[in-house]
Design a protein around this ligand. Sequence first.
Ligand SMILES: Cc1cc2nc3c(=O)[nH]c(=O)nc-3n(C[C@H](O)[C@H](O)[C@H](O)COP(=O)(O)OP(=O)(O)OC[C@H]3O[C@@H](n4cnc5c(N)ncnc54)[C@H](O)[C@@H]3O)c2cc1C
Length: 287
Amino acid sequence: MRDKAEVIYITNESSLGDFGMDGMNFGSKDGVVPSQMFTESLFQERGVKAILAAHVERVDPGVVHYELLDGTKGEQSFDFAMLLPPFRGVDLKAFDAEGTDITDEVFAPSGFMKVDADYSPKPYEQWEASDWPKTYQSVKYDNVWAAGIAFAPPHQMSRPQQSPNGTMIAPAPPRTGMPSGVIGRAVAKTIAERIKHGGAGKVHTASMAEMGAACIASAGTGWRDGKAAAMTVFPIIPDKQKYGQSGRDTKETYGEIGLSAHWMKVMLHHLFIYKAKARPFWYLIPE
Ligand SMILES: Cc1cc2nc3c(=O)[nH]c(=O)nc-3n(C[C@H](O)[C@H](O)[C@H](O)COP(=O)(O)OP(=O)(O)OC[C@H]3O[C@@H](n4cnc5c(N)ncnc54)[C@H](O)[C@@H]3O)c2cc1C
C-alpha cells in the first residue's frame, strides 16, 4: 500500500520534531541530536512530505484549506485524510448552589479545568517549570481534581506564533498516556488519604516539570523487519534554570529507531492490557 500512496503531514508545529514540546535535544554517544534532525531524517527516508506552521481553516470534500505563518493561504487536495480536532476540554458547564454560572471560575477558555497552575499571562521568555501544577486540585473546590488530560495547562511549551492576520499557529502541549497515568495515580492516592485521614491526609504530587515520559511510535510491523521510534524525555516541561538553554537533561532524553523498539512496543501492548484488566500483580506494572 505504502508505495501506492503519497503521504503528506500537515501540522501547526513550526518545525518537524517540535512535538508541541519546543523540540528536544537527544543525547547520544556522538553528541546531541536535535529532535528536528531525527524527525526530518525519518520523513526523508520514508518519503513523507510536510506542510509546517499551518493552521487548517476548513476541510471541504477532497481539499483542505490552510493558512501559513507568513499569512499566505494554501490548499491541499486529498483522497483520504485524517484530521486531529483542536485539543480542548469537553465544555462542561458549572453552576454554584444558587444556580449562578461559574464556568469561568472552574474551567479555562480551552474547556480544561483550572488547577494549581500559574495562569498569569506572561511571554514565552518568562515561562517557568514551576508554572505547571503539582496537586491537580481545582482552584474552586478542594474536593475536585483534574488528572491527566483534564487539567488546564498554564501555557504552551512551544513558542506561540501568530500570522500577520492574527491567527495563532501553535501546537498544544501534549499530555500522553504515561504522564496521565502517573498524575492519575498521585490524585487517586491523595483522594484515598483524604478519605482515610480527612484534611490531615498526605497530598501527593506529580509535576510534569519533575517527571519524564517515554513514547514508542510504530514505523513498521513484523517480528524481524519491524521498526519503531523510541523516545524518552526528562523532564517533560523544559526547565532552563536547571538544564540550560535546551531545558532538558540530555542523558535522560534520547531517541532511537530500530527493531528492538518494535519488540518493546509489542511487550508494552500486552503488559498494559494485562494491567487494565487488573490481573494478579497488575499494580507492579508501571505507567
Ligand atoms: C489518536 C491518539 C493517539 C495517542 N497515542 C498515544 C501513544 O501512543 N502513547 C501515549 O502515551 N499516549 C497516546 N495518546 C494520548 C493518551 O491517549 C492520553 O494522554 C490519555 O488517554 C489521557 O488519559 P486520561 O485518563 O487523562 O483521559 P482519557 O483517556 O481521555 O479519559 C477520559 C474519560 O472521561 C470520559 N468522559 C468525558 N466526559 C465525561 C463525562 N461528562 N462524564 C463521564 N465521563 C466522561 C471519556 O469518555 C473518557 O473515557 C494518544 C491520544 C490520541 C487521541
